[in-house]
Design a binder for this molecule. Structure first.
Ligand code: ARG
Length: 472
């Protein structure tokens, strides 16, 4: 039997064992919400005093006591005891120990069910904003690299087979747009969390004459929740946040997969900085892209976090159920993991060296100008299907000879088909192939330059949003 007196002790003759106390506790997980818990309690006490539910002297004592606890926790002077079960009871017990009876009035008109929803929403808002900041930082790195390497030509792939040449900048910017959508999802998660649940109490509201809007105002919430039962059982905001993390991880996983491929000898498109590589304990020559691999690998756990949260919530009856205590471990893990991965990948990209010569050489192989050659024949009046056939035959012949389209003279082109004119060799020039793709969003230098302008505009919007929210 545990010797700590429970706040609900009145109704009980026996308490759970120490083992059950530990099994039932969320303190190791939710203690990170200590600042939110204290801020929420101060706002609640102030509102109770404003409404005449508790005396202002009591609210003053509560605020002073909670501020004292805030300092103790911040300075590492506070001892958490798992017998307190969760952060809410740890703070309340410490408060009552310090200020006596006034502390025991704090929980008037409140339940841990609305309290935990409040703390978690405050935490989620901060986490969504910090992750948006980190996503924007990585997105900015990608635009910077796209600007720096403008002009570097590389093979573009479909089915991981050489398809058409593209600019390295264009390829990198594809990831910029993924991250930009991640920022949008995180901003949505922030908005979803920005609804104030306190005052819902256990599930049905409270008999006290409370002012929920004033609590929302004090804590910087945009709205007050509409239904007390929904308020204490809604974790959609955590799903939104964890989903945003999972999708961002998935994008980073794809990027890291390419970085791993590109740093292989076979590709040779980039060299990872030593600081982002590790060696082998047995093979002296090895230099492995461990951090790209691990960042890719972390995706599994974040997707797992989302799955865990979805399955935890599935089938729960209204309103609060203790199952919901499992929500935070998954969501916090997703937030922590993505936060670290974003920093790792940004550093990795900033320090990697792109091998422009290898990329360009790669772009000359694979007959990637074949589409342009067929389009050229169409320009001479040949039906596209016939042009496709002519070029396909030419490719087959050159493949057997171990030659590239760029190796052909005008005479050889003409010999392949009389529709090929003297200008045929210029058609397969790799820079010309890229420069022709001027359609909006295409890979021509002019289109990519326009894309960079658009990317910078989008970034500016996200940066402006970040200035309106708290990240710390
Ligand atoms: N530790 C709990 C959680 O994280 C707080 C709410 C507990 N409420 C209750 N009625 N047991 O969900």
């Amino acid at each position: 039997m545990s010797d700590t007196k429970k706040p609900w002790g009145g109704r009980f003759e026996r308490s759970p064992s120490r083992f059950l106390d530990e099994f039932g506790a969320s303190l190791p997980i939710d203690q990170r919400m200590w600042a939110e818990d204290i801020a929420g309690s101060i706002a609640h006490a102030r509102m109770l005093a404003q409404q005449g539910v508790i005396a202002s002297d009591d609210a003053d004592a509560i605020e002073a006591g909670l501020s004292q606890i805030y300092r103790e926790i911040r300075n590492g002077e506070f001892t958490f005891d798992i017998a307190d079960e969760d952060i809410h009871m740890a703070v309340e017990r410490a408060l009552t120990e310090r200020i006596g009876p006034a502390g025991a009035r704090l929980h008037t008109g409140r339940s841990r069910n609305d309290q935990v929803a409040l703390d978690t929403r405050m935490y989620s808002k901060k986490a969504a904003a910090s992750l948006t900041r980190a996503v924007v930082d990585l997105a900015e790195t990608l635009v910077g690299l796209a600007e720096k390497h403008l002009g570097v030509v590389m093979p573009g792939y479909t089915h991981l087979q050489k398809a058409q040449p593209v600019l390295l900048s264009h390829h990198l910017l594809a990831y910029f747009w993924m991250l930009s959508r991640d920022a949008t999802r995180l901003k949505h998660a922030h908005a979803a969390a920005d609804v104030m649940p306190l005052g819902s109490a256990a599930l049905a509201g409270t008999t006290f004459d409370i002012d929920r809007q004033s609590v929302a105002d004090r804590l910087g919430f945009s709205a007050v929740s509409a239904n007390s039962m929904d308020s204490v059982s809604d974790r959609d905001f955590l799903l939104d946040l964890t989903y945003a993390c999972a999708v961002a991880q998935l994008h980073i996983s794809r990027l890291c997969e390419e970085l791993v491929l590109w740093s292989s000898e076979e590709f040779g498109f980039l060299v990872m900085d030593d600081a982002y590589s590790t060696g082998s304990s047995i093979m002296p020559q090895k230099k492995n892209p461990d951090f790209a691999e691990l960042s890719r690998g972390k995706t599994g756990r974040v997707v797992g976090d989302l799955t865990a949260l979805l399955v935890t919530l599935k089938g729960l009856p209204l309103a609060y159920n203790k199952d919901m205590q499992e929500d935070k471990e998954a969501a916090f893990d997703a937030v922590d993991t993505l936060g670290d991965v974003l920093v790792v990948v940004k550093g990795m990209l900033e320090t990697a060296t792109f091998n422009a010569d290898r990329m360009r050489a790669g772009a000359l192989g694979g007959f990637m100008a074949a589409t342009d050659l067929a389009d050229y024949l169409v320009g001479t009046g040949m039906p596209f299907r016939q042009a496709h056939e002519v070029v396909g035959k030419l490719v087959l012949k050159l493949e057997g000879e171990g030659r590239a389209l760029q190796d052909l003279s005008a005479e050889e082109f003409a010999a392949a088909d009389s529709a090929f004119g003297a200008d045929s060799p210029t058609v397969v020039d790799i820079d010309a192939v890229i420069a022709r793709r001027t359609s909006e969003g295409g890979t021509a230098p002019a289109a990519v330059t326009a894309q960079i302008v658009r990317a910078r505009d989008v970034l500016a919007v996200d940066v402006a949003w970040l200035e309106t929210v708290a990240t710390e």
